[in-house]
Write a protein that binds this ligand. Structure first.
Ligand SMILES: Nc1nc2c(c(=O)[nH]1)N[C@H]1C(S)=C(S)[C@@H](COP(=O)(O)O)O[C@H]1N2
Ligand SMILES: [Mo]
Length: 255
């Protein structure tokens, strides 16, 4: 097959295309991380086809208009968190919810909801696809993950981000992870609003991941901690997420 090697310039312009919509462009954020630069340099030596696959992962998921919003959006998996702490948080309208960011970061820190709401936000209307065979179009607004990673100073040793959730499903903590291509994708946000309202409990209040190129199970709800890691081999069963551990779902839940 084709061994054509594209000039690096061409590959980077593909990345820049995907980042154009953000105040902090996805491209700036991406080039700040040495491991991403290393991946791009390595991609220089790959074939046309594997380069194309990487560029495609930077492409935006389709966005829709308000007229396309689904009249009902099913809630799936956990629809609340069965702990006294979480009940307290709902009574306080999540004023004391903290998002911890740690692991391989220069400045481990906690963000309050107030801080997150004050950061620049991105809004998008996208289609959610669950492997159980349903889809729904919803409007999401939230903090670009790239901004949070920038504030925390992601280490060059980081390769994946693990999202720890407050809920358990069948007695096991829900968690998910994504790689840095998805982490810095311009449509990857920690959403705190859905369809123009504060995020409902059933859909992951106060904070859930939207990672629009990936299948529903990757969109972690009730997120209270992000951990940057080199590998997810030591986390729970080592397959990178709850469903990957429990049912052998594919790690890269792409569409
Ligand atoms: N914390 C947590 N996140 C989760 C789940 C869950 O059970 N717990 N279910 C996943 C699955 S399989 C899907 S399809 C979506 C459902 O999101 P929704 O409830 O907003 O429709 O959340 C995903 N994220
Ligand atoms: Mo799902």
């Amino acid at each position: 097959m084709s061994q054509l090697i594209l000039p690096r310039r061409r590959f980077l312009s593909g990345l820049a295309l995907g980042g154009g919509g953000l105040a902090l462009s996805g491209c700036d954020a991406i080039t700040e991380n040495e491991s991403v630069i290393a991946a791009i340099k390595k991609a220089d030596r790959l074939t046309y086809h594997s380069q194309r696959a990487l560029v495609d992962r930077q492409a935006l998921a389709q966005e829709f208009s308000r007229a396309d919003l689904s009249p009902t959006f099913r809630a799936n998996g956990s629809t609340s968190v069965n702990t006294t702490e979480y009940q307290q948080h709902t009574r306080e309208k999540f004023a004391n919810w903290q998002l911890k960011v740690g692991g391989l970061v220069a400045k481990p820190q906690s963000f309050s909801m107030r801080q997150l709401l004050q950061m620049p936000a991105r809004e998008q209307i996208t289609r959610h696809d669950c492997v159980e065979g349903w889809s729904a179009i919803g409007q999401w607004r939230g903090t670009p993950l790239a901004l949070i990673l920038k504030a925390a100073g992601l280490s060059s040793r980081a390769r994946f981000l693990v999202f720890h959730c407050a809920d358990t499903l069948d007695g096991l903590p829900y968690y998910e992870s994504i790689d840095l291509v998805d982490a810095f994708h311009p449509q990857t946000i920690l959403a705190w609003s859905m369809n123009g309202q504060m995020l409902p409990v059933a859909h992951g209040a106060p904070l859930r991941l939207r990672v629009e190129r990936l299948l529903g199970y990757k969109h972690a709800k009730y997120v209270n901690r992000i951990e940057a890691v080199t590998s997810f081999a030591d986390i729970y069963q080592g397959n990178g997420g709850y469903w990957e551990d429990v049912s052998g779902y594919e790690y890269y839940g792409g569409m």
